[in-house]
Write a protein that binds this ligand. Sequence first.
Ligand code: SAH
Length: 368
Amino acid sequence: MSVVEFLKRKIQTDGPMDIGAYMSFVLGHPEFGYYMTRDPLGKSGDFTTAPEVSQMFGEVLGAYVVHQWIKMGRSARFTLLECGPGRGTLMADMLRAGSVFPEFLQAVSVHLLETSPVLKMKQRHALGAANPVWHDDLSTVPDDAPLLVVANEFLDALPVRQFVRGLTNNQEKAWMERCVAYSDGEGFHYVTPVIPALGDQALVDEARFKAGVGEIVEVSPARAGFVQDLCALLKKTGGGALFIDYGHSKSAPGDTLQAIKGHEYCDVLEHIGDADLTAHVDFQALREVAERAGAEVSGPMEQGDFLKTMGIVERTEALKAAASEAQGLELDRELKRLSHKDEMGALFKVLGVSFSDLPSPSPSSPKS
Ligand code: SAH
């Protein structure tokens, strides 16, 4: 069976499916899901991410992680968790950058949150020497040591649901849910309005969006739940998390669900299971979740500004000093791709959360 066949049968049995369920089956069905069956990254895949563009991305994030570890009093033992580590490139680059501090490498315990068997293999290959521990969800991540978390292009893969501000037959405003239906004649197609159960309508915070009739809003209980669970864990362990993704700093109406295949956008209801599906991250909503959970939140700031603050320009110059002219030009191109406003620099945002009961710097660490 394929994911297409699975979806047809499910919709024929249960009726139209909400976009969140559609996304989670298409991407994450244990047997047929997009991520379960392939490595989607790189030139021969469907999309390219920042760590795959340049080693400098991971090196700069490595410097950030080392800085956080120093702020935690150079804790003699800590957990470094990456969510959705792809090919393991970012973690490998962070660890290499951290290796200038031998105590850092002794202290770090590498954990990976990953559901794709294909990508786990790649991660094992890239990171085997660091003895990573894999997790399917947060429930098994250790809570007995300070925790630092990095997630690049992870949240965008978690499902969103879409609601349309519609009018009922009595001309009253109501939230209708956009769903995916299937018929032999029409194939897969959207149906709205589907008036959801009252509890589901309550997922949409009216004041946040101020949407007019006909506008679509996206909400992501999956992302909010993830950030909330992670904050609960961080509250126990101390530490912090850095989320990097494309999205918007302020909640706003809009349909951002997109499909990409072979580096080209395609229709969300075409190439089902063979195209990546993502939606922009509403950073304001996640910021509020983290604040309610008691986190200190910084950002979201633009990726370009973050990388420059963390020294990516200096890193480029240092690498160029030992590079050929052609390599130097390539490094300049990579820097521009990651940080220029017209490329990844402004669309991508960085949100930091931390728990201020980080263990205070202890005079006995790191050598004791
Ligand atoms: N961070 C990497 C890869 C981004 S692609 C990079 O920047 O290159 C998204 C990653 O998240 C993949 O590793 C994918 O398998 C993983 N992923 C997607 N949904 C997930 C889920 N629900 N739980 C754990 N990992 C997930």
